[in-house]
Design a binder for this molecule. Structure first.
Ligand code: SF4
Ligand code: SF4
Length: 167
């Protein structure tokens, strides 16, 4: 098993729970659309991929060979720690599974969502702001636990609304 095995069992930087968008070069827009990715314009006109990415299948990128440069460059804190061998693959996989388990707890407190391209945390934040499906205090607490866990292990700090940036 290698570090890429970690990403194949994670997908959190593509499912909208870590990032709302991935920046795109203008030259990448046509190819992204051809691959069925959702291209939007950010303030100022810069193109970006909206997350959750429709190319994500069972936690893996289905257009891996053609993924945009912003996706290629990105590595989270956990992947970096694995690469520097400050934790083992087994430990990193346990973190990934814990993150998905925390998100599953949040999702159980939400109304079913017909649009599978909206992340669990996005739905939970919307609900906590008084959105259509409301949100209980236990769901809010579960959301905050999941956010804190993602911030600590993947972002390395509270930056949950930032765009995915090359590193
Ligand atoms: S969040 Fe990190 S471990 Fe997960 S797929 Fe992205 S880079 Fe890989
Ligand atoms: S194109 Fe692939 S790597 Fe990029 S956000 Fe979508 S699923 Fe993730």
């Amino acid at each position: 098993m290698s570090s890429s095995d970690l990403c194949r069992r994670c997908g959190l930087c593509c499912d909208g729970n870590l990032f709302s968008h991935v920046p795109l070069e203008h030259s990448e827009v046509d190819a992204a659309r051809r691959h069925g990715l959702e291209v939007v314009q950010l303030a100022g006109g810069a193109p970006a991929l909206r997350q959750c990415c429709p190319a994500l299948r069972a936690r893996q990128c289905s257009v891996y060979g053609a993924r945009p440069e912003g996706c290629r460059r990105y590595g989270c804190r956990l992947l970096d720690a694995l690469s520097r061998q400050t934790l083992s693959l087994e430990e990193a996989l346990a973190v990934v599974e814990r993150a998905h388990a925390l998100l599953a707890v949040v999702e159980r407190g939400l109304e079913p969502e017909p649009d599978r391209f909206v992340s669990v945390l996005e739905r939970a934040r919307f609900a906590s702001w008084g959105g259509a499906d409301g949100s209980s205090s236990s769901t809010n607490a579960a959301r905050e636990r999941a956010e804190a866990f993602l911030d600590e292990h993947f972002h390395g700090g509270p930056r949950r609304f930032e765009f995915l940036a090359g590193g």
